[in-house]
Design a protein around this ligand. Structure first.
Ligand code: ADE
Length: 265
């Protein structure tokens, strides 16, 4: 997979040289190229921003350097790459989106700073790219670089070969719409705290059921929105029991909160 990142702080992206993503780059699984937006300016001060038309606080990124940078990257391939623009105003980035993006041949990230990029850049980019603004979540970062680090790691690790043991991608948080179960290692008894007995007896059926129960309980407690989004058809009898005890029920083919009221006799 090829990934291009355009930024005014290319050194921010040096973290992509480390750990699994760095190794995948060295092995040729990921071809990550970081570009300095200022290389596409022509004035002495290498200006990339200016004041907003209509007034208001802050500065806006100028269209010319962005058009030059994005035009030169799009022009180097024979396909239409996906342009991802990190922005708190984008679609929320999810594990499902990471999985979909990990199958793409070429991703380009445009890191905005200040109050954002001149809107006309998006129209221009749509002539060369499929353009998608993406948000890490409902909070505001100073720029897109940190969001790109997170997204490249989430996407890159799903590219076949990047994570040595692909099994570890199956049983992790969000891979099946649930949070992951708690994990333990040796010693079995530590500071008076015990590893749950069921994990010590080697009964793989019981272990799988216990872990599934813990996943459902933990998700119900921390992320009830994820429970409500589950497809009831994917739940077995044990799952339905666990969700009932956690305060949910199935009604008209959907998972809903159990009404709170006087308890039944
Ligand atoms: N840039 C600024 N805030 C952001 C966010 N929440 N997600 C992605 N990019 C951003």
């Amino acid at each position: 997979m090829r990934i291009d990142v355009v930024s005014i702080f290319p050194e921010y992206l040096q973290a992509l040289d480390i750990s699994l993503i760095g190794k995948a780059r060295r092995e040729g699984l990921l071809d990550v190229r970081v570009h300095d937006l200022r290389e596409h300016t022509h004035d002495r001060h290498r200006t990339v921003d200016d004041t907003p038309y209509g007034g208001g606080a802050g500065m806006v990124m100028k269209p010319e350097p962005w058009a030059a940078a994005l035009g030169s990257i799009a022009g180097t391939g024979d396909h239409r790459p996906l342009l991802l623009v990190p922005s708190p105003a984008g679609d929320v980035f999810t594990q499902a989106m990471a999985a979909e993006l990990s199958t793409r041949e070429h991703l380009v990230f445009a890191c905005g700073r200040y109050e954002g990029i001149d809107e006309r850049v998006y129209d221009f980019a749509a002539e060369h790219y499929e353009v998608r603004p993406v948000s890490l979540g409902d909070y505001v970062l100073n720029g897109g670089e940190v969001a790109v680090l997170a997204m490249v790691e989430a996407i890159g690790r799903l590219v076949p070969g990047v994570v040595g043991n692909p099994e570890s991608l199956i049983e992790e948080s969000h891979s099946d719409g649930l949070l992951e179960y708690p994990v333990y290692t040796k010693p079995a008894s530590w500071g008076g705290r015990e590893v749950p007995e069921v994990l010590l007896n080697g009964n793989h059926g019981k272990i799988a059921r216990a872990r599934r129960l813990w996943q459902l309980e933990r998700t119900a407690q921390r992320r009830p929105d994820l429970i409500r989004a589950l497809d009831p058809a994917t739940l077995n009898r044990h799952d339905r029991d666990a969700l009932w005890h956690a305060g949910f029920m199935i009604e008209d083919g959907r998972i809903v909160d159990k009404p709170v009221g006087p308890t039944e006799e």
